[in-house]
Design a protein around this ligand. Structure first.
Ligand code: SF4
Length: 175
């Protein structure tokens, strides 16, 4: 697998997925306005529920993933997303660090749930909230809560020009 997007003469394909999150980072993408129209000249979006496009298992060049891994279903879906994409980009603080949901990590999650819900039978969550990179290979991270439109446009622009992303574990400056 290559580390950059190579699509020849066809448009690059893109999927925008959501795990546990407030959807605010997806809203930033929806609010790109004219820049979104310009982006659509270069990419074909195959999955973006907030944008009314639903093909969760489509194979794509780039998958943008918003949200943390906070439920068993998040982990199952993240595994499928990873299988179906060439590059996986974690989008926003939830995806990069666990986000607000990770507050549960400082205490026993059962105690938090019991303080809010009298009946916990219908709550299906992991005891900890995880950043995506804790659970699968991530090619690039975009930090922010929410991310900015400039971040997303700059990252996609670079990837579409064939620039390989820097691994989140690599440093630009050597100490
Ligand atoms: Fe919402 Fe912030 Fe998480 Fe984005 S990073 S989904 S804006 S809570």
């Amino acid at each position: 697998m290559t580390n950059s997007v190579s699509q020849g003469n066809r448009k690059a394909t893109l999927a925008i997925h959501k795990l546990t999150s407030c959807s605010g980072c997806q809203a930033v993408i929806l609010n790109l306005g004219e820049d979104l129209l310009t982006l659509l000249e270069q990419v074909e979006i195959l999955h973006f529920v907030e944008g009314g496009i639903y093909q969760p298992d489509a194979k794509v060049d780039i998958a943008l993933v918003e949200g943390s891994v906070s439920t068993p279903d998040d982990q199952i879906r993240l595994n499928a997303i990873r299988e179906h994409c060439q590059l996986l980009i974690a989008v926003g603080a939830c995806a990069c660090s666990g986000g607000v949901q990770a507050l549960r990590n400082v205490k026993q999650s059962d105690d938090w749930a019991a303080s809010v819900y009298a009946d916990k039978r219908y709550i299906d969550s992991l005891s900890r909230s995880h950043a995506i990179a804790d659970c699968t290979k991530v090619d690039f991270e975009l930090w922010g809560c929410p991310i900015s439109g400039r971040q997303i446009l700059a990252a996609l622009s670079m990837l579409l020009r064939g620039v390989s992303p820097i691994s989140p574990t690599e440093k630009l400056c050597q100490e």
